[in-house]
Ligand binder design. Structure first.
Ligand code: HSE
Length: 432
């Protein structure tokens, strides 16, 4: 049987999973690949650290050059997080004739055009199935399996940490802070989970998926985004009573006037597949014009799910499949985008609005007048939590009918100035 000699750079959680799959289950990989993938080197920062995989002697090194200058090694799994030195390492691998498989979504979202241009120029490839939604094969599905479709929309739960937290809150297991602590204790959240809970991680993944699905090149920083850090338990309770769960949704929809992109907590109807995605799981619903809706569900992080995607990419690269896809797709090249990204203000949608107001007889009339002025129809109004008989504050929950994001924002701005409005406590789009 033929052998492809490979190397790994980085041996954190994912690197350990990849090494275990290639070493412990090498026969299985060889059967699928029709060749064995043999690890020549694993480059790490600290060679003295204890490793969870049973590695052959002499494989571990802190010298990247051993990989760069080993002519036998043609394929490298690049499993280094962050931007630098991850970017320089990837460039060095490409310059030295190695095809690359990576799990680093932040690097691709930030430097995709530079890295892909370089790879194309050098006749090399970059495969990145593991960069979005871990073990879910969403890249291959969008780029290859759904290639006959015009993608119409894509709605995803792309961050496991934040989905774990909102699941806990939805189930009444704790406040935001308590739920985040549980996520950390159970090993789902990083020690510093900032980029997970503020929507950055999901926006980076959405930028990659939107590029594949719609051909747009968008900086992740330009995707309007809101995280889960300011969500309140009261809204989980109130939205549940209305038949919805709150989920952090990465959203892309092709409309007549352009592509709408955003990352935000949204209301998702209980009983629909996305609403029932629990804990650290990820899911993506894609609608294609030929296929209709398709739904992907699975683990978006963790050693073995992510390693599953990395090793599949290694097999594809060793077999030459990546080369065909990579060069045909022309990802992040200077080709013109077939669609334009539209101003989010035009985004149509229904909204959940929770106002905290001081009770007085004309509260509803004044709010209704402002909404009417902005052509916003109301579907339902509910009052909650009367705390005192006189001069009490109440939560006023309004569900709107379909309007535009910009109209809602303008109305909310006027409503917030009404003297009896103590706070616009929440504003969430309904995922329809
Ligand atoms: N930290 C990410 C998550 C996994 O919680 O989903 C890596 O992308």
């Amino acid at each position: 049987m033929e052998t492809t000699y490979v190397a790994l750079v980085g041996m954190g959680t994912v690197g350990t999973g990849v090494a275990q799959l290639l070493l412990d289950l090498g026969d299985r990989t060889a059967r699928y690949a029709g060749r064995s993938l043999w690890i020549n080197h694993i480059a790490v920062r600290d060679v003295s650290k204890r490793r969870q995989a049973d590695l052959p002697q002499g494989v571990i090194t802190d010298q990247l050059e051993r990989i760069l200058h080993d002519p036998q090694v043609t394929l490298v799994a690049h499993l280094v997080g962050g931007i630098e030195p991850a970017r320089s390492i990837m460039l060095a691998l490409l310059e030295n004739g190695k095809d690359v498989v990576t799990a680093n979504k932040a690097l691709l979202a930030e430097h995709g055009p530079e890295l892909f241009d370089r790879a194309r120029h050098l006749g090399r490839t970059i495969a990145f199935e593991a960069a979005v939604a871990g073990g879910i094969p969403i890249i291959a599905n969008i780029a290859q399996c759904l290639a006959a479709n015009k993608i119409l929309s894509l709605e995803g739960i792309l961050n496991g940490t934040s989905n774990f937290v909102v699941t806990q809150m939805d189930e009444g297991a704790g406040t935001y802070q308590q739920s985040l602590e549980t996520a950390q204790q159970r090993g789902f959240a990083e020690e510093d989970p900032t980029l997970d809970i503020d929507g950055t991680d999901a926006a980076q993944k959405l930028a990659i998926l939107a590029h594949l699905a719609f051909g747009v090149t968008i900086r992740w920083q330009d995707i309007p985004r809101r995280g889960i850090q300011n969500l309140n338990l009261e809204d989980f309770r109130l939205t549940q009573a209305l038949g919805y769960r709150i989920k952090l949704i990465a959203y892309a929809k092709l409309l007549d006037f352009g592509l709408q992109l955003m990352v935000s907590p949204m209301l998702v109807k209980i009983g629909t597949p996305l609403a029932e995605v629990r804990e650290n799981y990820n899911a993506i619903r894609v609608v294609g014009d030929a296929v209709g809706p398709v739904f992907f569900h699975g683990q978006g992080a963790g050693a073995m799910p992510t390693a599953s995607a990395v090793v599949a990419d290694m097999i594809d690269t060793a077999l030459g499949r990546t080369k065909i896809t990579f060069h045909n797709l022309k990802l992040w090249s200077d080709r013109e985008s077939p669609v334009k990204v539209s101003d989010v203000g035009k985004l149509p949608g229904r909204y959940y609005l929770r106002l905290v107001v001081h009770e007085q007889p004309d509260v509803l009339a004044q709010i209704a007048e402002i909404l009417g002025h902005h052509h916003i129809s109301v579907a339902s109004v509910n009052l909650h939590d009367v705390t005192q008989p006189h001069d009490a504050k109440v939560s006023l929950v309004i569900m709107t009918r379909e309007t535009r994001e910009a109209s809602l924002m303008a109305a909310v701005s006027e409503i917030s100035k009404l003297p009896f409005v103590a706070a616009v406590a929440e504003r969430l789009k309904v995922l329809d």
